[in-house]
Structures are given as C-alpha cells and as structure tokens.
Design a protein around this ligand. Structure first.
Ligand SMILES: [Zn+2]
Length: 100
C-alpha cells in the first residue's frame, strides 16, 4: 500500500493513518464526534435496559465515568451482542449504526 495524498504537501491528513485519518476526515465533513466519544446520557443501565452505545464496528472501546464525583473513567471493550456490566454496576450494550 502506497501513501495516499490528500491535496497539497504537508496536509495533516498525509500524516494521519487509520482511525486518526477517519476522524480527521469526519471532522472535515462536519461531524465533530465521528466515534461517538462524547458523553452519552446514561439510561437506567440495568441488565434488562442496558445503556446502548452506538458502534459501526463489532467492538469498541467504551469509557464509563462511573461516578460523577471522581475524575476517573473506566475503560472496557464492548463486543456486539454481548452486554457488559461495568464495575460501577451499569450495563452497556453496543447497538449497530451505519459505518462512516
Ligand atoms: Zn462504570
């Protein structure tokens, strides 16, 4: 695979690869949160009604801010079709969205 060139030399996109490039391109397209990393309002978060995390992949990394009072984020991998319970007790599950 050769280097793909976008526009002029020294375009930052030339130096971005993979997921970083997709994020930059999404930004250029006006989507400021292409990977839905901004805080998602948590619902009940129970086993029956887990918080749904949009993902266009079979798996994604999720950061759970378990407690509003501490600046700590618990990171975990979620896999499509496999609900997961965070250490704080909230349940999460991926819901499929269209790929970028
Ligand atoms: Zn948590």
């Amino acid at each position: 695979m050769g280097t793909r060139v976008y526009g002029q030399l020294h375009d930052p996109l030339d130096h971005a690869t993979g997921i970083e490039k997709r994020e930059l391109l999404a930004h250029l397209a006006g989507d400021c949160d292409p990977f839905r990393v901004l805080p998602i309002k948590r619902g009940p978060g129970t086993r029956e009604r887990p918080n749904l995390i949009p993902s266009s992949n079979q798996q994604r990394l999720l950061g759970c801010k378990c407690n509003d009072y501490v600046m700590h984020i618990e990171y975990m991998w979620l896999h499509m079709g496999v609900p997961k319970r965070c250490g704080c007790g909230y349940w999460f599950e991926l819901c499929p969205v269209a790929p970028l």
